[in-house]
Design a protein around this ligand. Structure first.
Ligand code: IFM
Length: 453
């Protein structure tokens, strides 16, 4: 795999998010709903992001690791509660100043800054008022988007409004696995719409602040997962189609077609906010780019309830003991990445530039003699990059790829056991140890760009 297999201006980066690395106890960060979800037992060992990778203090060394690895770009997110501790009104200068300095630090190292406004750390004050089930949260998010664009927009390469709306809405309000841990359809249905409304209001705020021909590209990041029926049984086929609808089509249809898929809407509409259809033109306004986060596929089986969503029962999609799965038991399925790149390009909007904004795998990595031999991760990156290169060669306008993640970090409900980093983090000492995959990237990218390093 060589860099020249990709188009000339193709951007390679690595990514993180605020709650997973910064440490909410460091600096003045307002409380958010992941703190309370963890405290109530929603995460492994009640672990939370209080310290995480202490990136708030160690950010300079972390940016050096990105630059020394030769990456062109870095994708990070803003903790809403650092900037607006109550989620509305009062702006905390120290929070804005942190991101301001971070962006300048990236530019000094010749790394493009790509910012995500919301990567799940909802201020507790908004969570207390219903969080994403309350439309006001979407309105407040629009204000937050304007604040960030005003302060940082002049130096950013791109802004994404929301990271992975499926996780924000369905995983968190129907499946109950992420904060706030709800498991009811009425809440989920509201969140499924309100998070897209937040995207639309966020886009409005960004356009108002920056204009539509601003060099900072404005869009959203969707995660997509291949949904395969467990058998030829029509019930399994229906369950898999439902899963595809909830996970993939709901968000892409809304953004690119201005409508929700009928097969899913039929079940969600009775619970959705009144007047929801009036929001669709705002939700489907033109975006400059789409981020695609891709990890795995699932085999879906009818769950026997004869009730929406009919299946979520996931048949373990691997042979026990086989090498094609991660420590989270996620099937490693590189073909799914080119499948979605083509699907977005061919079924949705042919011209929209696509960036693979996250792709990576978890493994139980250990440091041995100052080295981490994460060979499986190297193969993972090679195989997925190969799929991206093929899609680009076949005319899909894919313009970038971001490895998830720069650092081992707080993996949400799984706490700190599941390591996604290309750099190992010892969470006791905060020692960083670049893994074999980091060295692989360095060699693939040709090493640091700036002689200052
Ligand atoms: O760690 C997460 C990230 O926050 C969002 N996308 C998926 C990653 C791995 O689960």
């Amino acid at each position: 795999m060589k860099r020249n297999a990709f188009p000339p201006n193709f951007v390679f980066g690595t990514a993180t998010s605020s709650y997973q690395i910064e440490g909410t106890q460091l600096g003045n960060c307002g409380p958010n709903h992941w703190d309370s979800f963890a405290a109530s037992g929603g995460t492994a060992n009640r672990e939370d992001g209080a310290i995480a990778c202490a990136h708030y203090n160690l950010w300079e060394a972390d940016l050096d690791l990105i630059a020394q690895g030769g990456f062109d770009a870095y994708r990070f997110s803003t903790a809403w509660g650092r900037v607006q501790p109550e989620g509305t009104g009062r702006i905390q200068e120290s929070g804005l100043a942190f991101y301001d300095t971070l962006v300048d630090g990236l530019l000094e190292r010749e790394i493009e800054p790509h910012l995500t406004l919301y990567h799940w750390d909802l201020p507790q004050a908004l969570a207390d008022k219903g969080g994403w089930t309350n439309q006001d949260t979407a309105k407040h998010f629009g204000d937050f988007a304007g604040i960030i664009a005003d302060r940082l927009g002049d130096r950013l390469k791109s802004i994404a409004t929301i990271n992975e709306p499926w996780c924000v809405a369905w995983l968190s309000h129907f499946l109950g696995r992420h904060a706030p841990g709800l498991t009811d359809l009425p809440s989920a249905a509201k969140a499924m719409h309100n998070i897209l409304l937040a995207h639309g209001l966020g886009m409005n705020a960004l356009r108002d602040q920056l204009g539509s021909d601003h060099p900072c590209q404005q869009g959203i990041v969707l995660n997509m997962e291949v949904s395969v029926p467990a058998s030829d049984d029509p019930k399994d086929i229906k369950a898999a189609a439902m899963q595809d609808g909830i996970y993939n089509r709901w968000f892409a249809d809304a953004i690119f077609k201005g409508q929700y898929p009928q097969d899913i809407l039929a079940y969600l509409e009775p619970h959705m906010p009144s007047g929801w259809s009036n929001d669709m033109s705002m939700i489907s306004q033109k975006i400059d780019w789409l981020g695609l986060n891709y990890y795995t596929r699932s085999i879906i089986k009818d769950d026997g309830t004869n009730k929406f969503p009919y299946g979520e029962a996931i048949v373990p999609d691997y042979d026990p003991g086989s090498a094609d799965r991660t420590s989270l038991n996620w099937k490693i399925y590189p073909a799914g990445l080119s499948y979605f790149l083509h699907r977005i390009h061919e079924e949705y909007e042919a011209d929209v530039p696509i960036v693979v904004s996250e792709n990576g795998m978890a493994s139980f990595d250990v440091v041995d003699d100052d080295q981490v031999a994460d060979k499986q991760r190297v193969g993972f990156f090679e195989d997925h990059l190969n799929e991206v290169a093929k899609a680009a060669a076949n005319g899909v306008p894919v313009q970038g790829y971001f490895a998830w993640s720069l650092l081992d970090n707080f993996e949400w409900a799984f706490g700190y056991d599941q390591r996604f980093g290309i750099v190992h983090v010892d969470f006791e000492t905060q020692q960083r140890t670049p893994k074999a995959s980091w060295y692989w990237w360095k060699s693939f990218l040709g090493g640091p760009k700036t002689s200052a390093l």
